[in-house]
Structures are given as C-alpha cells and as structure tokens.
Design a protein around this ligand. Structure first.
Ligand SMILES: Nc1ncnc2c1ncn2[C@@H]1O[C@H](COP(=O)(O)OP(=O)(O)OP(=O)(O)O)[C@@H](O)[C@H]1O
Length: 270
C-alpha cells in the first residue's frame, strides 16, 4: 500500500499547541506532536486521560481551540476534506458497534466503509471494483461464513473483524484503532494480533490504544503516554514499557516483563 508520498519519516499529522475543550472542560492540554509514516504508535494512559479524544482529533470529529500559536494539520492541510481523510486513514472507535442498527448485515457494515455512513443503503450502489475489494477483505478477515448475518447478533470478535474490514475498504496507509482488543477472548485476541502484524508488514501504520500490556504489538516503535490530558512522555517501547514508567503512569505496584517481543504485567503486593 506504500507509495512515494507515504515515505517513512514523512510527517502526516502535525500538532502544535493543541488544546481541546468539551463542555468547557479542558480535556487535552498543550499537545505538541508530529506523527510520521513508518511509525506504529501505542497510546497508553489511565481511564479518562484523553486517549480517545486525541484519536478523535485525527478523525476530525473533535476540533481543537484555534489560537494564533496553534496549528493542526493532517497530510499538510489545515482543513482536509473528510472524503480524502477516509481514504488515507481507517478508523475503529469503541462506540461504532453501537451505531449499527438491528437488521443490518455484516456485508452492509463493511460496504458502509465506502460512504462512511452506518446503516446507509449503499450496498446496492457498489461498483464491481468495490465488490471485489469487499470480497478480498471478507476472505482476509475470515468472515465468509457469516457475511449475511445480522451484525448485532455476532460475537465481539466477529464484530471487531468486520469493523476492521470496514476500516480498510480504501486500503489506507494508516489505521487509527481505539481499544481494538477490548472484550476479545484469547483466540480472537491472537488472531487480531496476527492480522494487525500482517498489515504492518504491508506498510500500514497503526496508531492504537490498548489497556492490555499483553496486547502491545511487537512492531510498535513509538509509545506516547497521556495522563490528565497531557503528553507525559513520548519515546520507544524499550524506553517506556517498563516497570518504573508504567507503575508511575497508573500509580500502581506492578512488574513489567518483556518476552520475545511481547510484554507481561505482574501485580506486586504493596
Ligand atoms: N462527549 C463528551 N462529553 C463530556 N465529556 C467528555 C466527552 N468525551 C470525553 N469526555 C471527557 O473527557 C475526558 C477524556 O475522555 P477520553 O474518552 O478521551 O479518555 P480515555 O483516556 O480514552 O478514557 P478510557 O481509557 O476510559 O477510554 C474524560 O474525563 C471524559 O469524561
């Protein structure tokens, strides 16, 4: 999926002095970051620290306060067209599962990735090339047996795979994933882990949130720690995924162990 305009190291998101308010509450403060192609970024932080809000900035469903000192650019544009954005970034948000109406099939959910509108009657209007793309995704994500089942009757693992297939209909170079491993059983977790690793091998860059240290992807090469709406730290996994940093971040007593590219967390009695 990579091309010349997506060369590793090139900035795709530029955030300078970004502040976000919701209902007059400051949710994100003084965010200064560049996100670059070639990075697979883990966002880590306690509940309510602003991780989802940060990801929603990238999908333009939340806007920062504009001041003369602030700047927010996606793909070098201050006001990127939402259609262009959808082609460049695939999004998975926790609340998406609830947005699908009863009666809507898994096939309709995947095809709604083209319009960006859940529950739309877009499936009948699909071109042949779009149908081929959907069929490829159905195969990749092993959804063939359930493709005409009602989305809301499926398991969490099946729903998650369908929404990931939906996020990939435009073959974006970037995937933004808010808690992709949430509620998955052991097998679904491992399958998703393998599928995401496979996407990374094919030059898809991930920016994702997880609360589960065991789910951190081995190819993660940047970690951004968020606490109380501020960037607490930004560095490599070897610098930041360790006993001291995570104990401080979550204010708990834990031991963090790395094993063959994966991490484990052991609670310590205080
Ligand atoms: N639509 C909203 N209306 C009011 N407050 C909101 C809204 N969305 C987020 N917030 C508040 O913003 C803060 C950050 O929320 P956010 O969902 O970004 O945190 P998070 O780090 O993703 O949390 P979690 O790990 O629990 O998902 C929280 O205090 C939350 O209550």
């Amino acid at each position: 999926m990579s091309n010349e305009s997506c060369k590793d190291g090139k900035i795709w998101a530029y955030l300078k002095n970004i502040n976000v308010y919701i209902d007059q509450n400051k949710i994100l403060s003084d965010i200064n970051l560049n996100l670059r192609y070639g990075e697979n970024i883990l966002i880590l932080g306690p509940n309510g620290s602003g991780k989802s809000t940060f990801l929603k900035l990238l999908n333009r469903s939340i806007y920062p306060i504009t001041t003369k000192d602030s700047s927010f650019k996606l793909f070098n544009k201050e006001n990127i067209n939402i259609w262009d954005l959808r082609k460049k970034i695939g999004f998975l948000f926790k609340e998406m599962e609830q947005r699908v109406n009863n009666g809507v099939t898994l096939y309709d959910v995947i095809s709604s990735g083209f319009s960006g509108i859940f529950n739309s009657k877009y499936t009948n209007l699909l071109s042949e090339s779009k149908k081929i793309k959907i069929n490829n995704l159905i195969n990749t994500w092993e959804l063939g047996d359930i493709i005409y089942n009602e989305f809301q009757t499926l398991s969490d693992g099946q729903k998650r795979r369908a929404l990931l297939a939906r996020a990939l209909v435009y073959e974006p170079n970037i995937l933004v994933l808010d808690e992709p491993f949430c509620n998955l059983d052991l097998k679904s977790n491992i399958i998703l882990n393998q599928n995401l690793n496979e996407l990374i091998k094919h030059s898809v860059n991930l920016i994702y949130v997880t609360h589960n240290v065991e789910s951190i992807l081995p190819k993660t090469n940047r970690v951004i720690l968020i606490k109380e709406g501020k960037i607490l730290n930004d560095g490599s996994p070897s610098e930041l995924i360790n006993t001291k940093t995570l104990s401080d971040l979550f204010n708990i007593s834990i031991k963090v162990i790395e094993q063959e590219g994966y991490w484990r967390m052991i609670p310590l009695s205080s």
